[in-house]
Design a protein around this ligand. Structure first.
Ligand code: FES
Length: 151
């Protein structure tokens, strides 16, 4: 694809594949949005860089598989966010069950996830255009940025 076609398609060049694999985590600002590109176990992911909960830096979070889903663990309060969907997972019991058992539940999509594509050794990110508010949007706006700067 020609460079002008990539721009028209909303694709942002974020780096050479080899360079991003070596870095494992790369921070980029695209259209005023701070995002984190992660390479983990052969897969690229792109997520909003600041945790939806209180703006924690996901760049420093560990990655673990939880309930069959790859998650980044926010270093600030240990919330678990799936890399593929941006769902927050938590462990709990359903008190309505006769014999409640601890299991994983989802709080729903909280972190905005972006699309990563590769072409000829180049990696591109297309920002999510989902119009619905996703909680991590807060830390990409002015108020959220001020709040993070004070923390
Ligand atoms: Fe991420 Fe609280 S800021 S868990």
């Amino acid at each position: 694809m020609e460079a002008k076609d990539q721009t028209a398609a909303g694709l942002h060049f974020v780096g050479k594949k080899e360079e991003l694999i070596r870095a494992k985590r790369s921070f980029r600002t695209l259209e005023d949005r701070d995002i984190l590109i992660i390479y983990h176990e052969g897969v690229f992911h792109a997520v909003d860089s600041y945790c939806y909960h209180a703006g924690g830096m996901l760049q420093n979070g560990d990655i673990e598989e939880i309930n069959g889903k790859m998650c980044i663990i926010c270093p600030k309060h240990k919330y678990k966010i799936t890399l593929a969907e941006g769902e927050c997972l938590y462990k709990g019991k359903d008190p309505r069950e006769k014999h409640p058992v601890t299991r994983w539940y989802s709080k729903g999509v909280k972190q905005r996830i972006h699309v990563v594509t590769e072409s000829d050794g180049n990696v591109f990110v297309k920002l999510s255009v989902s119009p619905a508010w996703i909680e991590s949007d807060y830390y990409q706006g002015e108020k959220g940025k001020e709040e993070r700067a004070k923390a």
